[in-house]
Design a protein around this ligand. Structure first.
Ligand SMILES: Cc1ncc(COP(=O)(O)O)c(C=O)c1O
Length: 387
């Protein structure tokens, strides 16, 4: 008996759809209805007192629920609104002066993150991307070569969003530290589906979110900064919540806290924090090690079925190099993705990758077979129409 099956009833959308899109938006836990209701109750009945009684601490409280998933300690993770803004805040800590002004990342990094770092060229940065030869992997050796004495920042994805390739973060971090560069690791596509240990990685900054594999909904990015570095970084993008005494409303300059709160800015999105709790608690109960084992098995099964169907696999074949997604390409992949969604098989499409299929612990092996059978059916109908 599959030990994960009991969790299916906790996710209402699984009753009606084959939900294979947790790389984009994790399924909503049933309990989130109640949690959002209780947010409304607190607001309705306690009014402004809610800040002191419940809301003020939620960025840190939810951060403490995220922390063990990263191998971080209590008080080392704080919630933020989205990954791009959190990256912008880290970027705002740095000045770019010749010669140590290089930013190095992989060309397959998430575009929003690249857009942002590229803009730093207006402040004197040099922005260098390392190309992928196959649209699946980023060659680690090329990354290591690109990181030199002139490198200041290395913002990389742990898992590449298009192909699910797992970068060798450990080696990249070691190289960056040899040359005195800071690594900002984006774990949006790994947190909740891959075990992560920020202490073992010795990584400087980690940014991710609860929207995807953590089933926490939007507005729930998170930030970890290595304790040694935390009190040294001075974000230009700052605000009153980072202040030692925010209610003193002192004139500038900001007198920052020394802990992870120094990265808060203005009023946080409290309803998002209520929405994030159930997913995080469920992921803890299920256990990321068990999730990873099941994911490797199910994505391998998907690839075997795709091979049988003669589809192009745009994700690594070695399960140890692959996150939770399998990208499959075929002629008219976008139209096929749309047809799958119409038939209640929820997936997405990315140019250059194809259809991304992302089972999570709540998906069954039968669903893996069903989605592949549906793709074959759609392809068959289209081929018959053409023939
Ligand atoms: C790896 C990665 N980083 C960043 C983002 C974008 O995050 P946000 O919209 O919170 O800025 C995504 C979104 O899909 C992603 O997959």
């Amino acid at each position: 008996m599959n030990p994960f099956l009991k969790w299916r009833q906790e996710f209402p959308i699984l009753e009606k759809t084959c939900y294979m899109i947790s790389n984009s938006l994790g399924a909503m836990p049933r309990r989130t209805y109640e949690d959002l209701h209780s947010y409304g109750e607190v607001w309705a009945t306690r009014g402004v007192r809610a800040w002191e009684e419940a809301w003020w601490m939620t960025p840190a409280g939810v951060g403490d629920l995220v922390a063990p998933l990263l191998g971080a300690g209590a008080g080392e993770v704080i919630m933020q609104t989205n990954v791009t803004l959190t990256q912008a805040q880290i970027l705002s800590c740095f000045e770019f002066r010749e010669p140590k002004n290089k930013i190095v990342c992989e060309a397959m990094n998430f575009p929003s993150v690249q857009y942002l770092y590229q803009q730093a060229t207006r402040r004197g940065a040099r922005f260098v991307t390392v190309p992928s030869p196959d649209g699946i992997r980023t060659p680690t050796e090329e990354m290591l070569k690109a990181i030199d004495d002139e490198t200041l920042l290395v913002p990389i994805s742990h898992v590449i969003f298009k192909s699910a390739y797992i970068q060798d973060a450990q080696r990249i971090i070691e190289r960056a530290h040899e040359v005195g560069a800071i690594v900002i690791l984006d774990v949006y596509q790994s947190a909740g589906i891959l075990p992560i240990d920020v202490k073992e990685l010795n990584v400087d900054v980690v940014i991710g979110g609860c929207l995807k594999w953590l089933c926490g909904g939007p507005g729930n990015a998170f930030l970890y900064v290595r304790p040694y570095l935390c009190s040294k970084l001075e974000p230009a993008l700052t605000g009153w919540l980072s202040h030692e005494d925010p209610f003193a409303f002192e004139p500038p300059p900001v007198r920052r806290r020394n802990d992870i709160w120094r990265f808060l800015t203005g009023t946080p999105p409290i309803p998002a924090h209520y929405a994030a709790k159930a997913g995080l608690e469920i992921i803890h109960q299920v256990g990321v090690e068990a999730i990873r084992e099941n994911s490797m098995r199910q994505t391998s099964k998907l690839i075997a079925l795709a091979d049988e169907a003669g589809l192009q696999v745009n994700s690594p074949r070695d399960a140890h190099q692959r996150g939770g997604t399998v990208s499959l390409d075929m002629p008219d992949a976008l139209a096929i993705a749309k047809e799958l969604i119409r038939r209640e098989f929820l997936v997405d499409f990315r140019p250059g990758a194809g259809i991304r299929i992302s089972p999570h612990f709540y998906n069954t092996d039968d669903e893996i077979e069903a989605i592949m059978a549906e793709i074959k059916k759609i392809l068959g109908t289209r081929n018959r129409r053409r023939g």
